[in-house]
Design a protein around this ligand. Sequence first.
Ligand code: C2E
Ligand code: CA
Ligand code: CA
Length: 602
Amino acid sequence: MRELNATADSLQRQHNAIDELNQQLHHSQLDEAQTKAFLDTVIEHIPNPISVKAPHGPTSDPLDWTFSLVNKAYETLSGHTRAQMIGQSARNLYPNQTAAIIAASDRQALESTTAVITPELSLSTTDNGTCIVTSKRVAIRDRDGAAQYVLTVLEDVTDTRRSEARISHMAHHDPLTDLPNRAAFNSSMTSALQDAEARHEQFTILSIDLDRFKEINDVYGHAVGDVLLQEVALRMQASARGAFIARIGGDEFIAIVTGGVQPEQAEIVGKSLLAAFVDDFIIDSKRIQIGLSIGGAVYPTDGADGKTLMINADAALYQAKAALGVSILFFKPEMGARLQERHNLQRDLKVAIEHGDLSLQYQPQFLMTGEPIGFEALARWNCLDRGMVPPDTFIQIAEECGLIMPLGAWALREACREAASWKAPLAVAVNVSPMQFLQGNLAQLVHTILLETGLAPARLELEITEGVFINDFSRAVSILRQLKSLGVRISLDDFGKGYSSLSYLHSFPFDKIKIDRAFILDIEQNHHSMIIVRAVIGLGHSLNIPILAEGVENEAQRKFLEQAGCSAVQGYLLGRPAPIKKYKELVGPSFTLDDNTLGIAS
Ligand code: C2E
Ligand code: CA
Ligand code: CA
C-alpha cells in the first residue's frame, strides 16, 4: 500500500511537471507569434522603405532573387502592391537598368560580412517617376554562413535633393526673371577669364540697359514693369545665340560672349538682341515699345580682369546711350578718357562745394502786366581750371555721385538767405533735384532753413520736375504735402518735356506750371509748339493753376503768350540770370547788396 502510494505521488508529480511544461510550451508559442506580429507591425510602420529578398533556387543569380517581404513605405516608393511583388524578382518589376543596379548592390551585400551602403541612385518607379534613394543592405546568413536573405533599408532623398537644388537655383538666379543673377555672373566671368587665358582666346562682355524703363515702370506701374522684365528676359534668352545672359540690376543685364573672333561674334549677338526688341511688347493689352543700349568690352584688349572689363563695357554703354540713334558700341580707349574726365569733374565739384566756390544767379519772373513776381535762383560754378561749367553738366554729375545733397542744401539756404534780405517781398524759386526727394529729409531741411533765414514760407517756391515722381511716387507725394503744409509753394518745371506730364497734375495741387522753354523757342515757326502752348495755357485756366512760360527771348513770343492768356513769363527778353546786384531796383535797397556802405560782407 505504502509502495503504491509512493508511485501514485510520483506519477502525480510527473503529471504536474508535464502539465507545467505543456503550459510553458503553449506560452512560448504564443510569445513567438506575438513577437512576430509585433515585429511585422514595427517594420510595416517604419517610414523607410524596407525589403527582404531570398534566393530563388540554390545557385541563383541575385538578379533572380525574389522579394519575400516589403513594407508599406516600399510599396509607396515602388508603386507596386506587395501582392504584385512577393515572389517576384527585381528583373520582373523594374526596368532593366534599375534591376541591374539593384542586383549589383545585392551582390555586393552578399559578398560582404558587414552592412553595405550604396550611394545615391535614381530609381525609375511606376507611379512616382524617378526617385533618388540611398540604401543600406545586409546579408542574413545561416549557421554555416550561407546567405538566406538580403535585407534592404532605403532612404528616399528625392525631396531633400530637390529642395537643395531649388535653394542652389535660388542662390544663382533672379527670382523675377529666372535669369542668372549677379553671383552667377561673377562665377561665369571667373571661368570665362580662366578658359580664355588657358587657351589664348578672346571673349566679350556686353553691358545691356533698357531705354526709358524707369518711365515705363512709373507710367504703367510696377506690376506691368515686372511682367515687362519677364518678357524682356525671355526675348533676350531666345535671341542670345547661346551667350550667357544675367540680370544684374533693375533694368541692367549682361552677356558673356565666348568663342569665335571678337568683337565680331559679340556684334552678331548684340544685333540679334536688338532685333528681338523691334516688335512692341503687349502687356495687359498695353502696347509698349522699349529699346536696348549695349556697350561691349573685349578680353584681353579692353581689360585683363573682370573689373576693368565691366568698367569699360559700362563706359561704352554710357556713350551708346548718350549718342542718338546708336544702340551698340564697343569700348575705345578715348571712352575711358571721357570717363576719367567725369571722375575729375566729380572730384573738383566736391572741392568747389566744400570751399564755397559755387554761386547763385537770379533771373526775374514777371506777370504779363510787367509786374515782377520773383526770381529763379540758378547755380553757377566758375571753376579756376575750366572756367564756367554749365549747370546742366555739373548738376547731372552731382546727381550721379550724391553731391546733389550738399549742393541742393546750399542752394536752398543761400537763396532763402538772399531773399530774406530784400526789401520787396518777392518770391524766390529754387530748383530741387529728384534725388533730394529720395535721400534725406527734404521737408525737415526746408523747415530748418526757413527758421534759420527768417524767410516767410510763402515767398519760397520749389521748382520740381516730374522726375520726382519716377522712383517712388507715394513717397514723393507725401513729401510734397509736407512741404505744402509748411506754406511753401510748389511749381512743376519743364512741363511738356517728359513722358506723360498730364498724369502728375492729378496727383498734386501745384501752385504753378512752367512750360518748358523748348516749346517757346520755336513757337513762331512750329505749329505744333503753338498748339501745345495754347493747350497748356487752357489746361492751366481750367485747373486754376497759373502758367509761366520760360525762355521768352523776343517780343513776338511775349505777345503770343499774352494773347493766349499766359499768366507769367521769364526769359532773356525780360532779364538774364545774373548776380542779384544787377536787380537792385527790383528787390530794393538791402544791407547785403551794398556791402561797402554797411560794412557787412556779402
Ligand atoms: P531750368 O530749371 O529749366 O532753368 C532755366 C534755364 O533756362 C536756365 O539755364 C536759364 O539760364 C535758361 N534760360 C532762361 N531764360 C532763357 C532764355 O530766354 N533763353 C534760353 N535759351 N535759355 C534761358 P541754366 O542756368 O543753364 O540751368 C540749366 C538747368 O540746370 C536748370 O534748368 C536746372 O534744371 C538746373 N539747375 C540750375 N541750378 C540748379 C540748382 O540749384 N539745383 C538744381 N537741382 N538744378 C539746377
Ligand atoms: Ca527751373
Ligand atoms: Ca525749366
